[in-house]
Design a protein around this ligand. Structure first.
Ligand SMILES: Nc1ncnc2c1ncn2[C@@H]1O[C@H](COP(=O)(O)OP(=O)(O)OP(=O)(O)O)[C@@H](O)[C@H]1O
Ligand SMILES: [Mg+2]
Length: 355
Protein backbone atom coordinates (compact mmCIF):
# COMPACT_ATOMS: atom_id res chain seq x y z
CA UNK A 1 0.00 0.00 0.00
CA UNK A 2 2.74 2.44 0.94
CA UNK A 3 5.50 1.47 -1.42
CA UNK A 4 8.54 -0.48 -0.36
CA UNK A 5 11.07 2.16 0.39
CA UNK A 6 8.96 5.08 1.39
CA UNK A 7 9.12 5.53 5.12
CA UNK A 8 5.82 6.80 6.40
CA UNK A 9 4.79 7.23 9.97
CA UNK A 10 1.59 6.43 11.83
CA UNK A 11 0.11 8.00 14.94
CA UNK A 12 -1.57 5.81 17.57
CA UNK A 13 -4.91 7.31 18.64
CA UNK A 14 -6.80 5.72 21.53
CA UNK A 15 -10.35 7.05 21.57
CA UNK A 16 -11.20 6.24 25.20
CA UNK A 17 -14.52 7.12 26.79
CA UNK A 18 -12.86 9.51 29.24
CA UNK A 19 -9.95 10.80 27.19
CA UNK A 20 -8.29 10.83 23.78
CA UNK A 21 -4.72 9.60 23.88
CA UNK A 22 -2.18 10.09 21.11
CA UNK A 23 1.31 8.62 20.73
CA UNK A 24 3.67 8.94 17.80
CA UNK A 25 6.75 6.73 17.84
CA UNK A 26 9.73 6.34 15.58
CA UNK A 27 11.40 3.01 15.03
CA UNK A 28 15.02 3.18 16.13
CA UNK A 29 17.62 0.46 16.36
CA UNK A 30 16.43 -2.07 18.93
CA UNK A 31 13.23 -0.27 19.82
CA UNK A 32 11.20 2.91 19.64
CA UNK A 33 11.60 6.58 20.36
CA UNK A 34 8.81 8.92 21.44
CA UNK A 35 8.07 11.73 18.98
CA UNK A 36 4.76 13.05 20.32
CA UNK A 37 2.37 12.39 23.16
CA UNK A 38 -1.04 13.98 23.66
CA UNK A 39 -3.85 13.59 26.18
CA UNK A 40 -7.24 15.30 26.09
CA UNK A 41 -10.03 14.64 28.59
CA UNK A 42 -13.59 14.16 27.31
CA UNK A 43 -16.79 14.93 29.20
CA UNK A 44 -18.54 11.75 30.37
CA UNK A 45 -21.50 12.16 27.99
CA UNK A 46 -19.47 12.32 24.76
CA UNK A 47 -18.76 8.57 24.42
CA UNK A 48 -21.29 6.34 26.17
CA UNK A 49 -21.25 2.55 26.10
CA UNK A 50 -18.66 2.60 23.29
CA UNK A 51 -20.92 4.81 21.18
CA UNK A 52 -19.66 8.24 20.08
CA UNK A 53 -22.63 10.49 20.84
CA UNK A 54 -21.11 13.72 19.54
CA UNK A 55 -19.07 12.92 16.42
CA UNK A 56 -18.33 16.57 15.58
CA UNK A 57 -16.98 17.28 19.05
CA UNK A 58 -14.64 14.26 18.99
CA UNK A 59 -13.33 15.06 15.51
CA UNK A 60 -12.74 18.69 16.58
CA UNK A 61 -10.79 17.42 19.60
CA UNK A 62 -8.68 15.20 17.36
CA UNK A 63 -7.93 18.12 15.06
CA UNK A 64 -7.01 20.30 18.04
CA UNK A 65 -4.63 17.69 19.50
CA UNK A 66 -2.72 17.57 16.19
CA UNK A 67 -2.42 21.36 16.19
CA UNK A 68 -1.62 21.75 19.90
CA UNK A 69 1.13 19.15 19.88
CA UNK A 70 2.48 20.02 16.41
CA UNK A 71 1.86 16.54 14.97
CA UNK A 72 2.47 16.41 11.23
CA UNK A 73 1.78 12.74 10.48
CA UNK A 74 -1.78 12.24 9.28
CA UNK A 75 -2.02 8.44 9.13
CA UNK A 76 -3.74 7.07 12.20
CA UNK A 77 -3.99 3.69 13.91
CA UNK A 78 -6.93 3.37 16.30
CA UNK A 79 -8.71 0.57 18.15
CA UNK A 80 -12.05 -0.63 19.45
CA UNK A 81 -13.04 -2.29 22.70
CA UNK A 82 -16.07 -3.40 24.69
CA UNK A 83 -19.28 -4.73 23.16
CA UNK A 84 -18.09 -3.89 19.65
CA UNK A 85 -15.46 -6.61 19.73
CA UNK A 86 -15.45 -10.38 20.17
CA UNK A 87 -12.20 -12.32 20.35
CA UNK A 88 -12.43 -16.12 20.34
CA UNK A 89 -9.95 -18.88 20.06
CA UNK A 90 -11.53 -21.85 18.28
CA UNK A 91 -10.25 -25.31 17.44
CA UNK A 92 -10.91 -26.70 13.97
CA UNK A 93 -9.75 -29.76 12.04
CA UNK A 94 -6.48 -28.93 10.26
CA UNK A 95 -7.07 -27.42 6.82
CA UNK A 96 -5.25 -25.15 4.41
CA UNK A 97 -5.47 -21.35 4.55
CA UNK A 98 -7.63 -21.41 1.42
CA UNK A 99 -10.07 -23.92 2.88
CA UNK A 100 -10.23 -21.91 6.08
CA UNK A 101 -10.92 -18.69 4.14
CA UNK A 102 -13.91 -20.42 2.58
CA UNK A 103 -15.23 -21.90 5.80
CA UNK A 104 -14.56 -19.18 8.30
CA UNK A 105 -17.83 -17.32 7.77
CA UNK A 106 -19.81 -20.43 8.47
CA UNK A 107 -17.68 -21.27 11.52
CA UNK A 108 -17.89 -17.72 12.81
CA UNK A 109 -21.68 -17.79 12.71
CA UNK A 110 -21.62 -20.41 15.45
CA UNK A 111 -19.27 -18.50 17.72
CA UNK A 112 -20.10 -14.85 17.21
CA UNK A 113 -23.26 -13.60 18.90
CA UNK A 114 -23.87 -10.91 16.24
CA UNK A 115 -25.37 -11.06 12.77
CA UNK A 116 -22.34 -12.05 10.72
CA UNK A 117 -23.26 -9.44 8.09
CA UNK A 118 -22.83 -6.68 10.66
CA UNK A 119 -19.22 -7.49 11.53
CA UNK A 120 -15.77 -7.42 9.99
CA UNK A 121 -14.05 -10.73 10.58
CA UNK A 122 -10.38 -11.38 11.02
CA UNK A 123 -8.78 -14.78 11.55
CA UNK A 124 -5.34 -16.24 12.03
CA UNK A 125 -4.08 -19.80 12.51
CA UNK A 126 -2.15 -19.68 15.79
CA UNK A 127 -1.00 -23.29 16.23
CA UNK A 128 -1.57 -27.01 15.81
CA UNK A 129 -2.06 -29.77 18.39
CA UNK A 130 0.62 -32.42 18.81
CA UNK A 131 -1.19 -34.91 16.54
CA UNK A 132 -1.46 -32.31 13.80
CA UNK A 133 -5.14 -33.15 13.35
CA UNK A 134 -6.50 -29.95 14.87
CA UNK A 135 -5.50 -26.33 14.72
CA UNK A 136 -6.17 -23.27 16.85
CA UNK A 137 -7.67 -20.29 15.10
CA UNK A 138 -7.94 -16.82 16.54
CA UNK A 139 -11.21 -15.27 15.46
CA UNK A 140 -11.90 -11.56 15.87
CA UNK A 141 -15.19 -9.90 14.99
CA UNK A 142 -15.70 -6.12 15.11
CA UNK A 143 -19.05 -4.43 14.64
CA UNK A 144 -19.05 -2.54 11.34
CA UNK A 145 -21.05 0.42 12.63
CA UNK A 146 -18.46 1.02 15.38
CA UNK A 147 -15.57 0.81 12.92
CA UNK A 148 -17.44 3.31 10.74
CA UNK A 149 -17.93 5.72 13.67
CA UNK A 150 -14.29 5.62 14.69
CA UNK A 151 -12.97 6.02 11.16
CA UNK A 152 -15.48 8.81 10.50
CA UNK A 153 -14.28 11.03 13.35
CA UNK A 154 -10.69 10.53 12.20
CA UNK A 155 -11.48 11.31 8.55
CA UNK A 156 -13.58 14.28 9.56
CA UNK A 157 -10.55 15.65 11.41
CA UNK A 158 -8.62 15.49 8.12
CA UNK A 159 -6.57 12.38 9.04
CA UNK A 160 -6.46 8.96 7.41
CA UNK A 161 -7.46 5.94 9.46
CA UNK A 162 -5.11 3.20 8.22
CA UNK A 163 -5.37 0.65 11.05
CA UNK A 164 -8.36 -0.33 13.22
CA UNK A 165 -7.07 -2.65 15.93
CA UNK A 166 -8.55 -4.05 19.13
CA UNK A 167 -7.56 -2.62 22.56
CA UNK A 168 -6.55 -6.08 23.88
CA UNK A 169 -4.00 -6.55 21.10
CA UNK A 170 -2.75 -2.98 21.24
CA UNK A 171 -2.14 -3.56 24.96
CA UNK A 172 -0.20 -6.70 24.07
CA UNK A 173 1.89 -4.79 21.51
CA UNK A 174 2.72 -2.20 24.17
CA UNK A 175 3.74 -5.05 26.47
CA UNK A 176 5.99 -6.65 23.86
CA UNK A 177 7.61 -3.32 23.02
CA UNK A 178 8.38 -2.64 26.68
CA UNK A 179 8.77 -5.86 28.62
CA UNK A 180 10.76 -8.18 26.35
CA UNK A 181 8.55 -11.15 27.34
CA UNK A 182 10.25 -14.47 27.96
CA UNK A 183 8.56 -17.41 26.16
CA UNK A 184 7.61 -19.29 29.32
CA UNK A 185 6.09 -16.41 31.25
CA UNK A 186 2.32 -16.15 31.42
CA UNK A 187 1.13 -12.65 32.22
CA UNK A 188 -2.38 -11.31 32.63
CA UNK A 189 -2.42 -7.89 30.98
CA UNK A 190 -5.26 -5.66 32.15
CA UNK A 191 -6.35 -2.22 31.07
CA UNK A 192 -8.82 -0.69 33.50
CA UNK A 193 -10.18 2.46 31.89
CA UNK A 194 -13.25 4.51 32.74
CA UNK A 195 -15.94 2.19 31.38
CA UNK A 196 -14.20 -0.91 30.01
CA UNK A 197 -11.77 -3.39 31.50
CA UNK A 198 -9.71 -5.30 28.94
CA UNK A 199 -8.02 -8.57 29.88
CA UNK A 200 -5.48 -10.33 27.69
CA UNK A 201 -3.67 -13.40 29.05
CA UNK A 202 -0.40 -13.67 27.18
CA UNK A 203 2.08 -16.54 27.20
CA UNK A 204 5.42 -15.34 25.86
CA UNK A 205 4.22 -13.25 22.92
CA UNK A 206 1.03 -15.23 22.21
CA UNK A 207 -2.42 -14.25 23.41
CA UNK A 208 -4.22 -17.23 24.88
CA UNK A 209 -7.35 -15.50 26.08
CA UNK A 210 -8.81 -12.04 25.60
CA UNK A 211 -12.00 -10.50 26.90
CA UNK A 212 -13.49 -7.06 27.59
CA UNK A 213 -15.72 -6.46 30.59
CA UNK A 214 -18.05 -3.48 30.98
CA UNK A 215 -16.65 -2.21 34.26
CA UNK A 216 -14.10 0.43 35.18
CA UNK A 217 -13.18 3.63 36.96
CA UNK A 218 -16.55 5.28 36.39
CA UNK A 219 -17.95 2.96 39.02
CA UNK A 220 -15.78 4.52 41.73
CA UNK A 221 -16.90 7.97 40.69
CA UNK A 222 -20.59 6.95 40.52
CA UNK A 223 -20.55 5.39 43.96
CA UNK A 224 -18.70 8.31 45.54
CA UNK A 225 -21.21 10.71 43.99
CA UNK A 226 -24.13 8.74 45.42
CA UNK A 227 -22.69 7.96 48.85
CA UNK A 228 -21.29 11.40 49.58
CA UNK A 229 -23.70 13.49 47.53
CA UNK A 230 -21.03 14.98 45.25
CA UNK A 231 -20.82 16.29 41.70
CA UNK A 232 -18.96 14.22 39.08
CA UNK A 233 -15.92 16.54 39.26
CA UNK A 234 -15.82 16.44 43.07
CA UNK A 235 -16.04 12.65 43.09
CA UNK A 236 -13.34 12.34 40.40
CA UNK A 237 -11.01 14.53 42.43
CA UNK A 238 -11.71 12.61 45.65
CA UNK A 239 -11.04 9.32 43.89
CA UNK A 240 -7.61 10.64 42.87
CA UNK A 241 -6.78 11.55 46.46
CA UNK A 242 -7.77 15.25 46.37
CA UNK A 243 -10.81 16.79 48.08
CA UNK A 244 -12.26 18.57 45.02
CA UNK A 245 -13.52 21.41 47.25
CA UNK A 246 -16.23 19.07 48.40
CA UNK A 247 -15.35 18.98 52.08
CA UNK A 248 -15.28 15.17 51.89
CA UNK A 249 -12.19 13.46 53.20
CA UNK A 250 -10.10 10.61 51.85
CA UNK A 251 -11.16 8.61 54.95
CA UNK A 252 -14.84 9.09 54.07
CA UNK A 253 -14.17 7.93 50.53
CA UNK A 254 -12.21 4.81 51.50
CA UNK A 255 -15.12 2.35 52.07
CA UNK A 256 -16.76 3.14 48.71
CA UNK A 257 -13.41 2.88 46.92
CA UNK A 258 -12.67 -0.44 48.59
CA UNK A 259 -16.08 -1.87 47.69
CA UNK A 260 -15.64 -1.00 43.99
CA UNK A 261 -12.12 -2.47 44.02
CA UNK A 262 -13.63 -5.67 45.43
CA UNK A 263 -16.27 -5.69 42.71
CA UNK A 264 -13.60 -5.27 40.01
CA UNK A 265 -11.56 -8.03 41.68
CA UNK A 266 -14.58 -10.31 41.49
CA UNK A 267 -15.07 -9.56 37.78
CA UNK A 268 -11.41 -10.36 37.13
CA UNK A 269 -11.71 -13.56 39.13
CA UNK A 270 -14.80 -14.69 37.20
CA UNK A 271 -13.07 -14.02 33.91
CA UNK A 272 -9.91 -15.87 34.91
CA UNK A 273 -12.00 -18.80 36.22
CA UNK A 274 -13.77 -18.90 32.87
CA UNK A 275 -10.43 -18.81 31.05
CA UNK A 276 -9.15 -21.73 33.15
CA UNK A 277 -12.30 -23.76 32.54
CA UNK A 278 -12.24 -23.29 28.76
CA UNK A 279 -8.57 -23.43 27.78
CA UNK A 280 -7.39 -27.00 27.28
CA UNK A 281 -4.15 -26.82 29.25
CA UNK A 282 -4.20 -23.31 30.60
CA UNK A 283 -0.86 -22.40 32.15
CA UNK A 284 -0.91 -20.75 35.56
CA UNK A 285 -0.57 -16.98 35.50
CA UNK A 286 2.76 -15.69 36.85
CA UNK A 287 1.82 -12.06 37.32
CA UNK A 288 -0.51 -9.23 36.39
CA UNK A 289 0.30 -5.91 34.79
CA UNK A 290 -2.40 -3.26 35.12
CA UNK A 291 -2.70 -0.43 32.60
CA UNK A 292 -5.40 2.23 32.25
CA UNK A 293 -6.02 5.32 34.37
CA UNK A 294 -7.84 3.29 37.01
CA UNK A 295 -4.68 1.34 37.80
CA UNK A 296 -3.86 4.44 39.88
CA UNK A 297 -6.81 4.02 42.25
CA UNK A 298 -5.34 3.93 45.78
CA UNK A 299 -4.37 0.41 46.92
CA UNK A 300 -5.92 -1.32 43.87
CA UNK A 301 -2.73 -3.08 42.75
CA UNK A 302 -1.93 -4.10 46.35
CA UNK A 303 -5.47 -5.39 46.82
CA UNK A 304 -5.36 -7.45 43.60
CA UNK A 305 -1.95 -8.83 44.51
CA UNK A 306 -3.28 -10.05 47.84
CA UNK A 307 -6.49 -11.41 46.32
CA UNK A 308 -4.80 -13.34 43.51
CA UNK A 309 -1.65 -14.21 45.44
CA UNK A 310 0.67 -13.04 42.70
CA UNK A 311 2.79 -10.01 41.86
CA UNK A 312 0.63 -7.18 40.47
CA UNK A 313 2.28 -4.09 39.02
CA UNK A 314 1.17 -0.96 37.27
CA UNK A 315 1.91 -1.13 33.54
CA UNK A 316 4.72 1.13 32.38
CA UNK A 317 4.03 2.18 28.79
CA UNK A 318 7.42 3.89 28.45
CA UNK A 319 9.58 1.29 30.18
CA UNK A 320 11.74 0.72 27.08
CA UNK A 321 10.72 3.67 24.90
CA UNK A 322 13.46 6.21 24.44
CA UNK A 323 12.64 9.89 24.73
CA UNK A 324 14.41 13.22 24.63
CA UNK A 325 14.66 14.40 28.24
CA UNK A 326 14.81 18.01 27.08
CA UNK A 327 11.47 17.74 25.24
CA UNK A 328 9.48 15.52 27.59
CA UNK A 329 9.05 15.92 31.33
CA UNK A 330 9.86 12.61 32.99
CA UNK A 331 7.39 13.18 35.84
CA UNK A 332 4.57 13.89 33.35
CA UNK A 333 5.35 10.71 31.40
CA UNK A 334 5.46 8.66 34.59
CA UNK A 335 2.06 9.97 35.71
CA UNK A 336 0.42 9.30 32.33
CA UNK A 337 2.27 6.07 31.65
CA UNK A 338 -0.48 3.51 32.50
CA UNK A 339 -3.14 5.55 30.66
CA UNK A 340 -1.10 5.54 27.45
CA UNK A 341 -0.70 1.75 27.03
CA UNK A 342 -3.22 1.31 24.20
CA UNK A 343 -1.98 4.42 22.37
CA UNK A 344 1.63 3.18 22.64
CA UNK A 345 0.54 -0.24 21.37
CA UNK A 346 -1.08 1.49 18.39
CA UNK A 347 1.97 3.71 17.88
CA UNK A 348 4.26 0.67 17.51
CA UNK A 349 2.26 -0.25 14.40
CA UNK A 350 4.64 2.18 12.71
CA UNK A 351 6.97 -0.79 12.41
CA UNK A 352 4.52 -2.52 10.05
CA UNK A 353 3.18 0.49 8.22
CA UNK A 354 6.64 1.64 7.19
CA UNK A 355 7.57 -1.74 5.74
N1 LIG B 1 -4.85 9.19 39.74
C1 LIG B 1 -5.96 8.51 39.50
N2 LIG B 1 -6.56 7.81 40.49
C2 LIG B 1 -7.69 7.12 40.26
N3 LIG B 1 -8.32 7.06 39.06
C3 LIG B 1 -7.77 7.73 38.05
C4 LIG B 1 -6.57 8.48 38.19
N4 LIG B 1 -6.27 9.04 37.01
C5 LIG B 1 -7.23 8.64 36.16
N5 LIG B 1 -8.14 7.86 36.77
C6 LIG B 1 -9.34 7.24 36.19
O1 LIG B 1 -8.95 6.49 35.07
C7 LIG B 1 -10.00 6.51 34.10
C8 LIG B 1 -9.43 6.99 32.79
O2 LIG B 1 -8.45 6.07 32.37
P1 LIG B 1 -8.22 5.78 30.83
O3 LIG B 1 -7.77 7.01 30.16
O4 LIG B 1 -7.36 4.60 30.77
O5 LIG B 1 -9.72 5.44 30.39
P2 LIG B 1 -10.37 5.49 28.94
O6 LIG B 1 -9.44 4.84 27.98
O7 LIG B 1 -10.78 6.87 28.62
O8 LIG B 1 -11.68 4.63 29.19
P3 LIG B 1 -12.23 3.32 28.45
O9 LIG B 1 -11.05 2.57 27.93
O10 LIG B 1 -12.94 2.59 29.52
O11 LIG B 1 -13.13 3.83 27.39
C9 LIG B 1 -11.07 7.44 34.61
O12 LIG B 1 -12.11 6.69 35.22
C10 LIG B 1 -10.32 8.26 35.65
O13 LIG B 1 -11.15 8.72 36.66
MG1 LIG C 1 -9.15 2.87 27.39
Amino acid sequence: MLGKNRKRSVVGLDIGSSALKVVELKEVRGGFELLHIGHQNLQPDIIVDGHIIDLNYVSDCIGRIWIDYGIKTTQVATSLSGHAVIVKKITLPTMSEEELDEQIHWEAEQYIPFDINDVNLYHEITGHDSSGQNMDVLLVACKRDKIAQFTQVISQAGKQPVVVDVDAFALQNAYEANYNPSPNQTVALLDIGASVMTINVVRGATSIFARDISAGGNQYTDLLQKELNLTFDQAESLKRGGDGDSGATVEQAAPAIQSVSEMLGLEIQRTLDFFRSTAVDSPSIDRMLIAGGSSKVGHLTEYLSEKFQMPVERFDSFRSIRFDHKRFDEEYLRELSPNMAVAVGLGVRVAEVTK
